[in-house]
Write a protein that binds this ligand. Structure first.
Ligand SMILES: Nc1ncnc2c1ncn2[C@@H]1O[C@H](COP(=O)(O)OP(=O)(O)OP(=O)(O)O)[C@@H](O)[C@H]1O
Ligand SMILES: [Mg+2]
Length: 342
């Protein structure tokens, strides 16, 4: 398998008047081509910060302070001459001009709220034209329309609706349009940040199914960010559970659901209703996620963890490989080798 994205020791900080918050704290992970990685964890754990770092779009006052984000690109990417080596670039090294070339074309990012990303003054057709002409100034209009039709059709939108304005669409349709625009330039990597959170569960399920089909047609690799572990159960190949800016566990979806290793992953899964076992009591995680401007020593989860030991209060656990390639950052587990951690 080919690795498309390799993140190494990535740290992102937000410097605020209240102090510095590490939104992403020394994260390392790899993503193979054509796979879907889910990012899950409670609000504020760093999912969006990690996703946006890959596009170099961390919002102010956030800043990538260290690490590497390597991506495998086509060798013919001319505007990256000098910074591309054997098809690989370190995104952190690229300037704004180079990033503009990469965004949309190699990596697309779908934001949660489509209304803030769609321009209410222009039709869907014009949205497609603007995006494609920005990257391919000589592209024929016919080709743009042809591509737009193919994508919209895959997302269940009638081609004739291409002349409509964003407000003429329902919430679900607008989100489909956003996904369609994300795919217009045939990116290799699609990062979808809570793409269906504001929709009802039926529309959500339909959209996720359509995206899964398009993923195969377009040979996409995906990062899917969501609070909803049920969504990830259906769509992700692997899941990274984040807490306080760190990856606590990274396992295949199947292993995670069968047997979560990290106490936090376990607690998160137990807080999801299980319709097949209605007799099971739904639990919640006591306490609240930590204030990242005031980090505590040891494992950031220790105040909420029922298994916390003395070492957990003093030493931050490394993310280590255990049990056939699963990764976990917890003192309850001994491991085979260290995986790019502090
Ligand atoms: N604009 C900001 N200013 C200051 N700190 C920020 C800002 N955005 C994020 N942070 C810090 O980074 C942490 C991670 O935020 P992030 O938005 O990445 O979390 P998330 O997992 O995407 O949360 P959610 O599920 O609510 O979208 C936050 O807990 C906060 O400490
Ligand atoms: Mg977020």
């Amino acid at each position: 398998m080919t690795v498309l994205l390799r993140i190494q020791n990535l740290t992102v900080e937000y410097k605020t008047r209240r102090g510095t918050a590490r939104g992403v704290d020394n994260v390392s992970l790899e993503l193979e081509e054509n796979r879907t990685l889910g990012l899950a964890g409670e609000s504020g754990c760093g999912k969006s910060t990690l996703g946006r770092s890959i596009m170099k779009l961390v919002p102010y006052p956030g800043q990538i302070v260290s690490g590497r984000i390597e991506m495998l690109l086509h060798d013919h990417v001319k505007y990256l001459k000098g910074v591309i080596e054997r098809g690989i670039v370190n995104i952190i090294d690229l300037n704004e001009d180079q990033m503009r070339g990469l965004r949309g074309k190699e990596i697309a990012y779908i934001f949660q709220d489509p209304m803030t990303s769609l321009n209410p003054m222009i039709t869907i057709e014009t949205h497609f034209k603007e995006i494609m002409k920005a990257h391919y100034p000589d592209i024929e209009e016919e080709e743009i329309i042809g591509r737009a039709y193919e994508i919209l059709d895959g997302l269940g939108i009638l081609p004739e609706r291409i002349t409509d304005y964003p407000h003429q669409f329902s919430g679900g349709m607008r989100q489909r349009v956003m996904i369609g625009l994300g795919l217009a330039l045939r990116p290799k990597l699609l990062i979808a940040d809570e793409p269906t959170t504001s929709l009802d569960v039926i529309v959500e399920a339909q959209i996720l199914e359509e995206v899964a089909e398009l993923k195969d047609v377009f040979n996409l690799t995906m990062i899917l960010i969501t609070h909803n572990l049920g969504v990830l159960a259906q769509t992700a190949d692997d899941i990274a559970i984040m807490y306080a800016g760190r990856v606590m566990e990274l396992s295949s979806t199947e292993s995670l659901f069968d047997d979560p290793l990290h106490p936090y992953a376990k607690a998160l899964l137990e807080s999801v209703p299980d319709v097949t076992h209605p007799e099971k009591k739904l639990s919640w995680i006591p306490g609240a996620p930590p204030d990242l401007t005031d980090p505590i020593p040891g494992c950031m989860y220790n105040p909420r963890c029922p298994h916390a030991m003395d070492i957990c209060r003093t030493v931050q656990p490394d993310l280590i490989t255990v049990d056939g390639g699963r990764l976990v950052a917890c003192h309850l587990f001994g491991g085979e080798k260290s995986h790019g951690t502090s």
